[in-house]
Design a protein around this ligand. Structure first.
Ligand SMILES: Cc1cc2nc3c(=O)[nH]c(=O)nc-3n(C[C@H](O)[C@H](O)[C@H](O)COP(=O)(O)OP(=O)(O)OC[C@H]3O[C@@H](n4cnc5c(N)ncnc54)[C@H](O)[C@@H]3O)c2cc1C
Length: 380
């Protein structure tokens, strides 16, 4: 590379890829460093809210062509297995992160961003008016601006504080359901509550279903920190999930797992004179019940790219982002705390069955607000 780049983006998930595409389309020289050598699945429910769908479409992705599956119903079941059911208050979709992240990075590359895969950044520091990134292997990168989009992963020296709900472990595994269960699940996301956690099951492309769950660390430790034992325990406690997984085959032997999730963290202030622009989960981590994490990641990319291109600074961007996301994240945090509490689960399930509109209300109040600009995204 000759001379510094205009913008360095660290991390090629939805936030980093979208920011790289927007900056490159505006004519900036963008270098994006992604530690994975190839697209892969990630721990995620793979639910794309209406806001995420709007952003992705505006960026130029054809979700149907990628195989995204429409989702328009939600079911919630507790220990009794009897489910509350409601139509979602918006049209959602479901797409594997393998497909989504790959398509977004392709989009960034087509826009002119230089994508370097298999490069893990180990250090990032400002010096003499430039940002210096030191990858584990390969050449150092210099840039005039730096965008930190490493998702759940911390970069040394740039750690985030804990969130309002910590100590949960996330697991994710794709399944091939038995035909009758596949049919029963069609177009729905099903949430099963079990003591110490909750699981979501929804169809994804390729005739598979994605099982993604969160469980409190002590619960997992108490059953020997063993995935098979955890799954057996959950199936015994969540009859609807057990029914769906009857006769199903897992697509991989082991699930993907993730820990140390700072749910509820929202970056509100700048961290000092020289700072990178934090995007996506680096700036705000919605408890996963909301299914709006990808939308928030895309929203942060859009706001930060616009602010940067306008000559702005991260501080004002954080204030604007917090104004848009702090409310939905706070409400989602409150709900997520209730959902893992064993004593609250039966009353929750009973209330949702008595008044299914509650499910619609929960889905509605944990979304990005209409005034946040999502609806006015110009189509690409
Ligand atoms: C259990 C669970 C379920 C969820 N379900 C949903 C859902 O159904 N719908 C939804 O919208 N959201 C969901 N989310 C949230 C969603 O996954 C995140 O909000 C979203 O992935 C954030 O995007 P991102 O680009 O910030 O980070 P990521 O998608 O995590 O991307 C970060 C990228 O940075 C790369 N990287 C990390 N460190 C480095 C480094 N040092 N150098 C170079 N590259 C690096 C990683 O390899 C990765 O590709 C869920 C989250 C969890 C934990």
């Amino acid at each position: 590379m000759t001379g510094p780049a205009d913008a360095l983006v660290i991390g090629g998930g939805p936030a980093g890829a979208a920011a790289a595409a927007l900056l490159a389309r505006a004519g900036r020289h963008v270098v994006l460093l992604e530690r994975d050598t190839a697209p892969r699945d990630k721990v995620c429910g793979e639910f794309l809210s209406v806001e995420a769908v709007r952003y992705l479409t505006a960026l130029g992705l054809d979700l149907r062509r990628l195989g995204a599956v429409p989702v328009d119903r939600v079911r919630l079941a507790g220990r009794s297995g009897r489910a509350a059911e409601a139509r979602l208050p918006f049209a959602a979709m479901s797409l594997t992160r393998h497909a989504l992240d790959a398509a977004l990075l392709d989009l960034a590359a087509e826009a002119g961003a230089e994508i370097r895969r298999g490069v893990r950044v180990e250090a990032l520091a400002p010096r003499d008016g430039l940002w210096h990134a030191r990858p584990g292997g390969g050449e150092p990168v210099e840039s005039r601006a730096a965008f930190l989009a490493t998702g759940k992963h911390e970069l040394r020296g740039w750690q985030r504080p804990p969130g309002g709900q910590n100590g949960l472990l996330g697991f994710k595994l794709h399944w091939r359901l038995a035909p009758a269960q596949d049919e029963a699940l069609a177009r729905s996301v099903e949430i099963a509550l079990f003591p110490g956690g909750y699981a979501g099951l929804e169809p994804v492309e390729g005739g598979r279903a994605n099982l993604c769950l969160l469980v409190e660390e002590p619960r997992f430790a108490a059953i020997g920190a063993d995935w098979e034992a955890l799954l057996a325990a959950i199936r015994a406690e969540a009859p609807l999930l057990d029914l769906r997984l009857g006769g199903a085959t897992p697509c991989t032997l082991r699930p993907l797992a993730i820990g140390r999730l700072p749910f509820g963290h929202v970056q509100r202030e700048a961290e000092g004179a020289a700072q990178p622009w934090r995007l996506g989960d680096q700036a705000a981590v919605a408890p996963s019940f909301t299914g709006d994490g990808v939308a928030i990641a895309l929203h942060s990319a859009q706001l930060a790219a616009a602010a940067y291109l306008d000559g702005g600074a991260p501080a004002a961007f954080y204030r604007r982002l917090a104004r848009d996301v702090a409310g939905p994240v706070r409400r989602a945090l409150w709900l997520a705390r209730l959902m893992v509490r064993a004593q609250a689960q039966s009353p929750l399930a009973v209330a949702a069955r008595a008044a299914p509109a509650l499910l619609r209300l929960c889905a509605a109040v944990t979304r990005l607000p209409a005034g946040s600009g999502v609806t006015s995204m110009p189509p690409h």
